[in-house]
Design a binder for this molecule. Sequence first.
Ligand code: GLA
Ligand code: GLA
Length: 708
Amino acid sequence: MSDALSRPDRQAVRGIGYGGDYNPEQWPESTWAQDVRLMTEAGVNLVTVGVFSWSRLQPAPGELTAGWLDRVLDLLGAAGIGVDLGTGTASPPPWLVAAHPEILPVTADGRRLAPGARQHYCPSAPAFRAAAVDLADRMARRYAGHPAVVMWHVSNEYGCHVPACYCELSAAAFRAWLRERYGELGALNEAWGGAVWSQDYTSWDQVQPPRTAPTYANPAQQLDFARFSSGELLACYLAEREAIAAQAQHAPVTTNFMGFFRSLDQFRWAADLDVVAVDSYPDPADTEAHLLSAMTCDLTRSVARLAGSPGRPWVLMEQAPNAVNWRAVNVPKAPGQYRALSLQAVARGGDAVLSFQWRAAAAGAEKFHSGMLPHAGTDSRTWREVTELGADLGRLAPVAGAAVRAEAALLHDWESWWALEADSHPRQLHLVELLRAFYRPLFEAGVTVDFAHPESSLSAYRLVVVPALYLVSDAAAENVRRFALDGGTVLISFFSGIVDPRERIRLGGYPAPWRELLGLRVEEFAPLPSGAVVRLDGVPGAARGRAGGGTREDTRGGAGGGTRGGAGGGTRGTEAGGAGRVWQDVIGLRGAEPLFRYAEGHLAGQPAVTRHPYGRGEAFYLGTLPDRATLRGLVAQACGRAGIEFRTDVPPGVEMVRRGDHLFVISHLDQPVELDLGGKSLDLLTSDIVGPAAVLGPRGALVLTARD
Ligand code: GLA
Ligand code: GLA
């Protein structure tokens, strides 16, 4: 477990943390001893308590009715189970709403949301903030010294149901935020393009949140409101964190993120989290569930990295042990899928694997959500998988704390995401789908990637991929340019580098900050209708040299062998044709070499994909979204140029990722798969020597000790 959770003065979480949300207040006290006994049986060593306990902890203002929680913590502590203690502030109790109805949030179209579910608060409402801080303060005073408490869990999934509030209190706070940002109204009018559609403000009081308007709300106003709203939730977190720190100075504090959740700029939150935690709920009905959850893991590790400690482990705070209850159809996890996705989290840097929730609820909104202990009890598939996973995670103790190092990065920025998906653009684009398109070939080739902030240091990487990074600051633009200048390989897609942080176009031909780097100029956009495809012709003989010669020899050694191909063997070269979707840029070459040209339509014969040497590195540009095989070939080629091993021998559906001295090989397939491991290795899960040939059963896994 990461240092933060293994301090000597309290319950230590040894090895990999395992457990879930524990809501004992939903059950008679007589079940608690059984819970703890079964937790021990399952290998549970970490549980989250109190996240939704406000009404039980504080039935009335100004008190803390915590005797029950004392007994729960004592029971857990006596069993050696660490507690991630919730501040309990994610669902305001009815008495608070009755006393302060103004805390209820308001939607963009002016509807005030009612209580009756959860998260019914406006983050800018002073009465909510005061009540939340009061509860956090009382909890911290009472439990700061409790030996079972290893970590504090502020609120829950900030923004999940209510990412932004549009009430008058929020409007006033938004105005104050804007005054701070712009100083003068003239600067705001300039940034927001006040001359367009007669929107110049003459007094701060006239400025409003981007409420539902007759047509598109001003996109710069929308962008600033997204920044503001993420910041208001962060302010809520910080206020509670401060209350905890006042009582327990060194206690690690966290809150749970939701992966690629659009409304929260996790990179801005990162520095204020001692432990970065994520909730991951891939849909078992999605055949690429494992790919999306891998992206979530890699993003979470990247958030932790931005907080200043590369390789810092993170926590999978929630996942479902089996089905959820909140989709239209809630497909169960396949046998072994809970294990495979849990091992994936560990492989990608997770030091704890927790679920929502320990015991499946008997009442309320989540009674059909799976629990580690299902309604059926211990004679159930879920329970057997839960206990087996506990044993597996116990064997992975040597992996805890080890770093995952990525040689490639996909640039990601929440501000750009907010701006990209505004409603007044050449075409609707969905960032996560684009990220997934570029992530897929890297994942399939066993290339581990970070999601790096565009202004963060890129020196650890050899390849930087820039998918539709629509908004870039000057610093970010320079960062990418310098990366290539110093020898890095960059691969930039269409609709990148278009606007500055004020959401104003960078003029003179796109992408203005990177025209020299790319050796081209995009004159205009020609997006493709949904479902439309444009044929692409590969340019014969393009981009030979190192790319054709395959990849760098794997000098790190290690388990897993087989064929290690470069752009050849199994990936398509540029001489073959392909197809583009989604977008077309109208590209004028200024030194770049075309790799693909449009083969039809009014852009026939014009460049679609290019490459340009720059400084000691080079830059690829994609003016369209190539089909999977073509994109795979291009990414393989870019990896080849960057000197990154791009494996072509990993069977589809099998994941390979290295953490510290171990190589995780995880099958996400329903059927057995044969592998060539390139030699013999010790499998940490079974203590068996395996290889060179191995067969992985359905959703089987190996954790191999590297042979350096
Ligand atoms: C309408 C409006 C114009 C402009 C165009 C854009 O015609 O009158 O102001 O918005 O749409 O197509
Ligand atoms: C979220 C919440 C949990 C629970 C789960 C159910 O992750 O944080 O409280 O509602 O969803 O999937």
